[in-house]
Design a binder for this molecule. Sequence first.
Ligand code: NAD
Length: 350
Amino acid sequence: MKICVLPGDGIGPEITAEAVRVLKALDLKIELEEALLGGCAIDVAKDPFPEATQKLAKAADAVLLGAVGGPQWDSNPRELRPERGLLRIRKELGLFANLRPAILYPELANASTLKAEVVAGLDILIVRELTGDIYFGQPRGIEVRNGERVGFNTMIYSESEIRRILHVAFAAAMKRNKKVCSVDKMNVLECTQLWRDVAIEVSKEYPEVELSHMLVDNAAMQLVKAPKQFDVMVTGNMFGDILSDEASMLTGSIGMLPSASLDANNKGLYEPSHGSAPDIAGKGLANPLATILSAAMMLRYTFANEATACRIEGAVKKVLAQGFRTGDIYESGTKRVGTREMGDAVLAAL
Ligand code: NAD
């Protein structure tokens, strides 16, 4: 298993170091190679996604990414910004499926702004289509019509694009509680009527999985009203952008949330959902658990090693039960630790 490690900027190197320690501690045949992405790559190679990184990322089976970005690059021209490297690697690797679990461990129920009984034990997975929809549709632009400016975009999905993301959602549900909720706006948008039709067609290939449909406005309400009703939610790029952020905030602890972006062959890029946290970078304070949990997702989705993925997740649950907390999830009565000590605790639990 070839894994390309891209630590990136800010807290990226600190948190990926802990995930790499976890991967190395497991009995796996892995080759890990590091490369530059983001601001650090701009500083060295004047390119946020340099050629050497492109080669390594393409040759690898999976990519583990920390985070990119920081204030020192914020005034660079657009092509020379760290985030540009992120967009380019996603495009270059053909990553069309974004998987974001929102899990609230019972020990962290107080971190959420919602009542503990609404969110304790929450475990949902949002599957978002990443390369289509109104974000990429043509025609698009701003132009003058009848003497005033108009702005326009095109919401467009082909049935093959819908089909392949639905398959990802159903396959994920087969590994979970076998429920898929497809989110659309079919009462107003033809494009999403097609989405719903294709969802029904694809569901016939997964007779064990229960398919339901929900309009996106209701889905946004249900996520805060009764989020535990969901198992897997699947939706297009724009609705998924909004709902996945909403779902992640149900847990209240950004340092705990992993994510995966997959191509058609389950090659994937795995990264925490948070950014490079420049405010705490280099201080050994960052929570490495989202990155460690991203490595678990890598084992589950790219390497089909469910047992080892569960072992890592079990170790994370154990350290939380033991009371270890980084600053972002600390509350009185628990043990405050830094990045390295949290990594040590996970290794000990493993
Ligand atoms: P951020 O997620 O980096 O930080 C938001 C807040 O959460 C900060 O207070 C930070 O200290 C805290 N935080 C984040 N991760 C944490 C962790 N693991 N442990 C403890 N606390 C943590 O978001 P931001 O401040 O809006 O952005 C900072 C930089 O990150 C920007 O340059 C932005 O462009 C970039 N960014 C990168 C990605 C990515 O690489 N995928 C995603 C979002 C933002």
